[in-house]
Design a protein around this ligand. Structure first.
Ligand code: HEC
Length: 113
C-alpha cells in the first residue's frame, strides 16, 4: 500500500501522544521500559496487528469514538472511554489513520470488505 505522507502528519502524532500514550505508550506497544523491566500499561498494544474489536478502519474508528463496547469485559478489567466526547470526528479519523500508518509494513494491509 502506498504511504500517504499526510497520514504521518505530526499533528496526528501529537493528538495520539497527548491523549493515548498514557495507556498505549508513545511507541504504541502498550508497555513502558523502565531500566531492565517492561511494565505493561493499562491499554492494549496498538502495533501488534491484533485488533480485539476488529481491524477495519471503521471498526477502529468506532472503538475510539464510542469506547469499549458494553459486552467487553475489558483488558485486565480496564475498559476504554469514548473519545468522541474529547476529540472531533476529524481528529478520530486522523488518529485512526495514524495508527494504521504506524503498523509494521507486513501487517499494514487491511482488506476492504
Ligand atoms: C486510560 C487508559 C487509556 C487511554 C488514555 C486510551 N486507551 Fe485505548 N484502550 C484502553 C484499554 C483498557 C483498552 C482495552 C479495552 C477493552 O478491552 O475493552 C483500549 C483499547 C484500544 C484499542 C483497541 C486495541 C485492540 O488491540 O483492539 C484502540 C484502537 C485504542 N484503545 C485506541 C486508543 C486511542 C486512539 C487513544 C487516544 C485517543 C486511546 N486508546 C487512549 C485504555 C486507554
Amino acid at each position: 500500500m502506498q504511504q500517504n505522507p499526510a497520514l504521518l502528519d505530526t499533528t496526528h502524532e501529537a493528538t495520539c501522544l497527548t491523549n493515548c500514550s498514557a495507556c498505549h505508550a508513545a511507541d504504541l506497544s502498550g508497555a513502558m521500559i523502565v531500566g531492565a523491566n517492561k511494565i505493561p500499561l493499562p491499554g492494549l498494544p496498538l502495533n501488534d496487528k491484533q485488533w480485539k474489536f476488529g481491524g477495519k478502519p471503521m471498526e477502529i474508528f468506532k472503538l475510539i469514538n464510542e469506547g469499549s463496547p458494553p459486552e467487553s469485559t475489558g483488558h485486565n478489567g480496564a475498559k476504554m472511554q469514548a473519545w468522541g466526547q474529547t476529540l472531533n470526528p476529524k481528529q478520530i479519523a486522523e488518529v485512526t489513520a495514524y495508527l494504521i500508518a504506524k503498523l509494521p509494513e507486513d501487517v499494514k494491509y487491511i482488506p476492504a470488505n
